[in-house]
Design a protein around this ligand. Structure first.
Ligand code: GLV
Ligand code: GLV
Length: 322
């Protein structure tokens, strides 16, 4: 009999067809996730799970699935929502989708950076609200990238690609911090490996491209924002939890930093009454880093391939090792 699979959301057709051709698949055919209770019911007795980054895959859920679960496949590069250790304990393979979303996510990070530094949201609102009086020499000025120092926190695939995209704007210097030194980034971008404090104090732009881990959780806090330049533009396209959002609000309100662009928040969705949304120097996007048509399809297909490989007991194309 075919392996039993639960697909926890509506996904691109190509991936769905691929899974359906080889599995007995139950699809939660909605954009909204199942409630937790329903989720726990749906996974009972499955062999494979296709999940998203908004699904919490913990010991409770793995227990609810039972001993026949062989593979958990997430349609995301981030996997902070999965308890990888609990999966390893149960010999459950875990797949993710790195690489294929790098360009789309870097592109969105650049768009967010420019929207923030050049005040695009404020400018559009001024046009729409009749606040565009006339061409004024000192109106709507922002920070330019030409001659700037750009700090990348987490020079992984995405961080490197963001820096590569920003270089032609005339960036004078790239700094980066993280766990490991990256020879390719140093060769291509002349990037300098520095400690975090140095990066924060010297950068005109601070771009967070690091994964959420116990080490990075809350790392952008009051003390970090105090170290940044008063004009600094902070951009986060990784995970909301790397930022202490209350501290960020204070830093933006008090002028401790210049502006912030966030593609990720806590919680998601960010409530519409969040004080961050009242600030003219904060741009918030709804976690759309990888959202191009082609990238989302490729992510879903890769996640399907990971799932199928795991069900066959083969090596996953992209496997997370705990
Ligand atoms: C998006 O945030 C992802 O992890 O793929
Ligand atoms: C992180 O996952 C990266 O690709 O940089």
């Amino acid at each position: 009999s075919l392996p039993k699979v639960f697909i926890s959301r509506k996904i691109p057709e190509k991936a769905r067809t691929l899974i359906a051709s080889l599995c007995d698949a139950v699809l939660w055919n909605k954009d909204e996730p199942p409630l937790r209770e329903e989720y726990l019911q749906k996974v009972k007795g499955i062999n494979g799970l296709f999940c998203l980054l908004t699904d919490k895959i913990d010991a409770e859920l793995l227990d609810a699935a039972g001993p026949d679960l062989k593979v958990v496949s997430t349609m995301s590069v981030g996997y902070d929502h999965i308890d990888v250790k609990e999966c390893a304990k149960r010999n459950i393979l875990v797949g993710y989708t790195p690489g294929i979303l790098t360009k789309a996510t870097a592109e969105l990070t650049v768009a967010l950076l420019l929207a923030t530094s050049r005040r695009l949201k404020e400018g559009m609102q001024a046009v729409e609200n009749g606040k565009w009086g006339t061409w004024k020499p000192m109106w709507m000025c922002g920070q330019g990238l030409d001659e700037a120092t750009v700090g990348i926190v987490g020079m992984g695939r995405i961080g490197h690609t963001v820096a590569h995209c920003l270089k032609p704007f005339g960036v004078a210097k790239f700094l980066y911090s993280g766990r490991t030194q990256k020879p390719e980034a140093e060769a291509e971008l002349n990037a300098e490996f520095v400690d975090l404090d140095q990066l924060l104090s010297q950068s005109d732009f601070v771009i967070a491209c690091c994964a959420l881990t116990p080490q990075t959780a809350g790392m952008f806090n009051a003390s970090a924002f105090q170290k940044m330049k008063k004009t600094a533009v902070f951009v986060n396209s990784s995970r909301g939890n790397i930022v202490n959002q209350e501290d960020l609000l204070v830093a933006l309100e008090s002028g401790e930093i210049g502006a912030a662009g966030l593609d990720v928040t806590v919680p998601e969705p960010l409530p519409t009454d969040s004080p961050l949304l009242k600030l003219s120097n904060c741009v918030v996007l709804p976690h759309i880093g990888s959202a191009t048509f082609d990238t989302r399809e490729a992510m879903a297909v890769l996640a399907a391939q990971n799932l199928i490989a795991g069900l066959k007991g083969e090596k996953l194309p992209c496997q997370i090792h705990s």
